[in-house]
Design a protein around this ligand. Structure first.
Ligand SMILES: [Zn+2]
Length: 317
């Protein structure tokens, strides 16, 4: 049994998880106080973990955190929406010492990782990866576009012994949401132009909808419009799928995974964007690589953060 923790900009959630990926204790949820300074946020994390551990014989703890995470040092280099207001200015977290502070208050091994990377690990272990796929990429469609890459030993020459998450130098890898898909294109949340997230994040999707004459406030609304048979809404989803598929094709060329899983809340509109995404991915990727890929809806749409963190903690046992 381990404790999986999902730290977000609004709430911190935690639950006990079995080795089979079942949530076995109550889901504990508290405000994360992410914008009130690192001390307040860390205190919320500790309290949430202790509540989730009550009456549970936990062996280890995993924590999923958005942003640039150095798992080895236990440091959060940067996290979106985490920080504090100093003299009227909001300042993002910079190199916050995380794990060592928690370790003083909780007497169990603690590991941390980027939330999207860990969601991919959870999807690999407990979802469509079935713990045996030869490589899995997870794209999480929500406000932004998150992603994670899990590589199995068969994907690498050089002696990897078990499925592993690609984290790159200092934990910053696998930001497929920031692949350039249109040169000099729309401005992305990161400041660059033409990235996938600029088209397939919520803001990008709503812009595509507006260009089709549909004014809506959320992806859900656009989904519901498509469900009523609104042809403009359906066309907007197809355009969205084209952008997504172009990025998927590039990711296939780079990593040749067995599975590309699409998660996040926007994945519920799957039926409207998948055919176009698959077509664009096939056009953008090398045919012999595309042949052996399956593009699927992620199985872990709920609790992906908690289960991903739990998969990390289980891997450390
Ligand atoms: Zn970007």
């Amino acid at each position: 049994m381990v404790i999986g923790v999902d730290l977000g900009g609004t709430n911190v959630r935690a639950a006990a998880v079995s080795a089979a990926g079942e949530i076995v204790g109550p889901r504990i949820e508290n405000p994360s106080h992410a914008r009130e300074g690192a001390d307040a946020c860390l205190a919320a994390v500790v309290r949430t973990i202790l509540e989730a551990m009550t009456g549970i014989d936990a062996e280890s703890i995993g924590i999923a955190i958005p942003g640039h995470i150095d798992a080895i040092k236990g440091v959060v280099h940067w996290a979106p929406n985490f920080g504090e207001t100093v003299e009227g200015d909001f300042r993002n977290w910079e190199d916050v010492t995380f794990t060592p502070v928690l370790a003083k208050q909780i007497d169990l091994p603690i590991t941390i990782g980027n939330d999207a990377n860990l969601a991919a690990l959870g999807e690999y272990r407990f979802g469509s990866g079935k713990e045996c796929a030869n490589g899995l990429i997870l794209l999480t469609l929500g406000t932004g576009v998150g992603s994670g890459i899990v590589l199995s030993p068969a994907c690498l020459q050089g002696g990897l012994t078990r499925p592993s998450v690609l984290i790159g130098n200092k934990g910053g890898a696998a930001e497929l949401g920031h692949l350039t898909i249109v040169k000099d294109g729309e401005t992305c949340t990161c400041g660059s132009q033409g990235h996938l997230e600029a088209y397939c994040g919520t803001e990008g999707l709503l812009k595509i909808a507006a260009a089709h004459g549909i004014v809506c406030e959320s992806p859900l609304q656009l989904f519901e419009e498509a469900q009523t048979g609104n042809e403009s809404a359906i066309a907007a989803w197809e355009v969205y799928g084209g952008y997504l598929g172009t990025a998927i094709g590039s990711a296939i060329n780079a990593f040749a995974p067995e599975i590309v899983a699409i998660g996040g809340q926007v994945a519920n509109a799957w039926q409207y964007f998948l055919p176009e995404a698959t077509l664009a991915a096939s056009q953008a990727s090398i045919p012999s690589l595309f042949e052996s890929v399956r593009i699927v809806q992620a199985e872990q749409l709920e609790d992906a953060g908690i289960l991903g963190a739990a998969a990390l903690a289980l891997g450390e046992l």
